[in-house]
Design a protein around this ligand. Structure first.
Ligand code: ATP
Length: 466
């Protein structure tokens, strides 16, 4: 954090040069119009945290432009984004909200890679000459920063002249970066936006920082005062809040540090934002860890969304009647909602019928009705007997195939038709139950045994019948 007043050389040295050129272009365009432009938020935080030599990889950049636009309909941010798009035609332009915010997006660009640049407008539209009036300027960028979540995210670097490169730190963000604290800007922060609780945990665990004690008290107070009800659609439902909670949950549950974050959320009582009855007790913690083993073993290719499976295990821990509603509120995909709603039925069928399966083939018939995520959810929620059988099904039995296929049946002279599938099923069952295959037999021996089995059960004399 050894920054002198002018940060621009440090910013330049730490960014890949195409990105620095983009910023240069942006502040030149702003200067031409007499506007101020600031780099704000996470980029400033990460630049200040980076060690002195290292380059910082930024995929998200937040800019705030402080300027007056002649047209009341278009924010300065939007105009600046349009001007930049002229220079960078490969960028996609998005305009959000009431003409105030624009974003430029690059996807796998040869120079810029994947990059998202948000350009917001500070609220000085009422003042005719903001750039000429330092007090107005300071108050508008200050206001913008005051609306942010934590002091370490409320820092800005001015990119335009005069005083380009100056670090704006109205709330003590630099001290908090040094002392590694996550601190909110005001007492009502979490009441205003409960998803900030999840953000506080995310930044604390990711950066190895502490949630500053007063901030922690604000969190506990917000939770004690029932703030989580807002997220669950009571008190006049705010869907945007649920979308943001989902995206924070996703962020946390897919990060390498998800276990530590989940523990901290639980410790703060913040899992109540998912549902008031949700607690990370020993049993749930055990299930979550079992899930981690299942996913490592059965989904190394990551065909499932692991973060979502973690969330499903949390939701599946709730009483049956809450699961569908919570999954709906969090806008999970329809198959996930259905899985959670039908989990009790699947669980009942599996737990009831497993002990009755005297042969492996019966067990395979039972379990193959369910998809992998359902079996994983049932496995983590049930005692060892159920878990072991599901585990063996997933690791061994479901991979066993009948040693012959339809073409083989045809070559043997059986008349093609729907009966093939019955014959192959019978053959598979016999294979699973060890009737056909002898352990460590060669492929030729297995084949011969399978043909003999068919000849016995579907005699050659009745080839045409089968
Ligand atoms: P990351 O490196 O994880 O992307 P970030 O700080 O860039 O971190 P974003 O979620 O991209 O995080 O948000 C960008 C900035 O917007 C933050 O630095 C913060 O200043 C502000 N911000 C985001 N979400 C909120 C919120 N819920 N309340 C207040 N400010 C927020």
């Amino acid at each position: 954090l050894s920054f002198a007043l002018c940060l621009l050389p440090s910013v330049r040295d730490r960014l890949a040069s195409p990105l620095w050129q983009l910023l240069q272009k942006a502040f030149q365009e702003a200067e031409t119009r007499g506007w101020h432009l600031y780099l704000v938020g996470g980029a400033v935080r990460d630049l200040l945290l980076a060690d002195n030599e290292g380059q910082v990889l930024l995929e998200d950049i937040d800019l705030v432009v402080d300027g007056f636009h002649r047209s009341a309909d278009v924010g300065a941010g939007v105009e600046l984004a349009k001007a930049l798009q002229q220079v960078y035609p490969a960028a996609r332009l998005e305009v959000h909200g009431q003409f105030q915010t624009a974003a430029l997006l690059w996807h796998n660009d040869p120079d810029l890679g994947s990059l998202w640049v948000d350009i917001a407008t500070a609220r000085t539209e009422f003042y005719p000459y903001p750039a000429a009036n330092p007090e107005v300027e300071a108050s508008s960028i200050r206001q913008d920063l005051y609306r942010r979540d934590f002091t370490i995210n409320a820092l800005a670097v001015r990119l335009t002249e005069p005083r380009a490169g100056e670090l704006l730190d109205f709330f003590g963000g630099v001290l908090d970066l040094q002392s590694q604290q996550i601190r909110v800007l005001h007492a009502n922060s979490f009441i205003e936006d409960p998803t900030r609780i999840y953000r506080a945990v995310r930044f604390a665990v990711r950066l190895g920082f502490e949630i500053e004690p007063q901030t922690e008290r604000y969190i506990r107070h917000a939770i004690a005062s029932g703030i989580y009800e807002q997220v669950q659609g009571k008190n006049g439902r705010a869907p945007a809040l649920e979308t943001r909670l989902k995206s924070e949950l996703k962020y946390i549950l897919q990060a390498p540090y998800w276990k530590a974050a989940l523990n901290l959320l639980a410790d703060l009582g913040a899992l109540r934002c998912i549902h008031p009855t949700l607690e990370l007790d020993k049993n749930l913690w055990w299930q979550v860890r079992l899930l981690a083993r299942c996913l490592r073993r059965f989904d190394a290719q990551k065909s499932l969304e692991h973060w979502q499976m973690r969330l499903e295990v949390l939701i599946a821990y709730l009483a049956t009647e809450y699961r569908g509603k919570v999954a709906n509120n969090l806008q999970l995909p329809t198959d996930s909602i259905a899985r959670l709603q039908n989990l009790d039925k699947a669980q009942f069928e599996v737990v009831e019928n497993l002990p009755k399966c005297e042969q492996i083939s019966k067990l395979v018939q039972l379990l193959r009705r369910y998809d992998l995520p359902t079996l994983i959810l049932v496995a983590v929620k049930n005692p060892r007997f159920v878990r072991r059988n599901i585990w063996r099904y997933l690791t061994e039995w479901r991979n066993i195939k009948a040693p012959l296929n339809g073409n083989d049946l045809k070559a043997l002279g059986y008349k093609p038709g729907p009966q093939y599938s019955k014959m192959l099923d019978v053959l598979l069952a016999a294979t699973l139950d060890g009737v056909v295959c002898v352990n460590e037999a060669s492929p030729q021996e297995i084949r011969a045994a399978a043909e003999a089995f068919l000849a016995e059960h579907f005699p050659l004399a009745s080839k045409t019948k089968y």
